[in-house]
Design a protein around this ligand. Sequence first.
Ligand code: GDP
Length: 203
Amino acid sequence: MPKINELLKNARFLTSSTSYATLPDCIGSEVAFAGRSNAGKSTVLNVLTNRKSLAKTSSTPGKTRHINLFGLGDDKKAFLADLPGYGYAKVNIKEQKRWGEELTLYITERECLRGVVVVMDIRHPLTDNDKQMLILCRTGGKPVHALLNKSDKLKSGKRAQAVQKAKKDLAFLAPGATFSSFSALKKDGLKELQDVMSGWLID
Ligand code: GDP
């Protein structure tokens, strides 16, 4: 199996599904990225894969309601799923409920899912929707890595405080979850995130 950065460098879009049922069959190992709209999930994915627009950053948060699936490398063993951003107030209740159900199915039923990266804004981590996602992952027995993104927005003292607070809250809400701070803008924390993904997809 190639190294994680080789796999990520060779990411390619496979398909976009509007429901769990229409996703392709589960093969190999998959890592999913979840997060509140505007937390920076698309930017993180673009930095990880070293592309300008693998995942579409959007000025209309919450607009994309698809599970986007990417193949990593050429041997159909590693996959990445970009889950729809949650928590955008303008999405109507019916659609929010439907996506809640689709995400529940995805997290609990997708057998090849090895772990979920939950992207959060370091300044406002663990929103109610993030907490629901953590609980869902726990219910589904799926490992979680909380990515505290936009760390460049805080000075080092405040950043350290935010990380400590998130650590404490995560220990309570999602025992066993790992976390790291990240800046998609500065590309800080890339190695830690790659190591987590390598652990799930390769090791
Ligand atoms: P998504 O809705 O979670 O996919 O969020 P996007 O990737 O579209 O990002 C939302 C906004 O946050 C955009 O304006 C990004 O440029 C910005 N952003 C994303 N990551 C970072 C980061 O690490 N630092 C800063 N300062 N801005 C970021």
